[in-house]
Design a protein around this ligand. Structure first.
Ligand code: 13P
Length: 249
């Protein structure tokens, strides 16, 4: 069965609730004929407003993080059940910015991923190497480590999405080439099939993320291993994000 493409916007810490509503309003008519899954991963506090704004459209709601405990004394955190009650369907986990600035580790990425799945959310788990690691020939080693640690205990990989985001391509305008992205995502899929044999890895979608935009989306999406994109900067402009979503037109 072919994997359905999935294009997700990661707004990061951008857009107040009123700005979010404006952006979604502009986006709705532009993506109404999308053939892929369309998701916007918004700041937590924007979720109620965006839930209303996306109503009746193809746009699905995503968050940018989730805590791993069901509830309790974790000041400032948000649980999977809280997201779920607001109609959130997707949640980004382990973004490199969280790993880099907020102490996220492979262990906490794994715990968050398991908690999200348990609550019926679809995690979009981010993995990828730094520039130093790529230049040092360590890309596969880093991915092997993340693959082993971040996904331990998952029984059905059709329920998760991976975003391969080479850190050197995020926010830098320096995209991986189509071939580089395809080759690395192919490697991730092959490795996952080996490590998690018999657990539906063949149905798991793998996105590319890192300076993907209106200009390069078509080329990246034409690659056989690439099932979608996680879009940062270009998801903040309706026309640009819509061009990515409509990569097949
Ligand atoms: P940019 O598209 O801004 O490079 O960000 C990519 C990203 O981090 C998406 O999660």
């Amino acid at each position: 069965m072919a994997r359905r493409p999935i294009i997700a916007g990661n707004w990061k810490m951008n857009n107040t609730a009123s700005e979010a509503v404006e952006l979604v309003k502009a986006l709705k008519p532009l993506v109404k004929d999308a053939k892929c899954d369309v998701v916007v991963c918004v700041p937590a506090i924007d979720i109620p407003a965006v839930k209303k704004a996306v109503h009746g459209s193809k746009i699905r709601l995503g968050a940018q993080n989730v805590h791993f405990a069901e509830k309790g004394a974790y000041t400032g955190e948000i649980s999977a059940a809280m997201l779920k009650e607001y109609g959130v369907q997707y949640v980004i986990i382990g973004h490199s910015e969280r790993r880099q600035y907020f102490g996220e580790t492979d262990e906490t990425v794994n715990l968050r991923t398991l908690a999200a799945i348990k609550a019926g959310l679809t995690p979009i788990v981010c993995i990828g190497e730094s520039l130093e690691e790529r230049e040092g020939g360590l890309t596969q080693k880093v991915l092997d480590r993340q693959i082993a640690a971040d996904f331990a205990g998952i029984e059905d990989f059709s329920k998760i999405v991976i975003a391969y985001e080479p850190i050197w391509a995020i926010g830098t305008g320096r995209t991986a080439t189509d071939e580089q992205a395809n080759e690395t995502i192919g490697y991730i899929r092959k490795r996952m099939k080996k490590v998690y044999a018999g657990k539906n890895v063949g149905r798991m979608r793998i996105q590319y993320g890192g300076s993907m935009n209106a200009k390069n989306a078509k080329g990246l999406m034409a690659q056989p291993e690439i099932d979608g994109g996680l879009i940062g900067g270009a998801s903040l402009k309706a026309a640009d994000f819509a061009t990515v979503v409509n990569f097949d037109k």
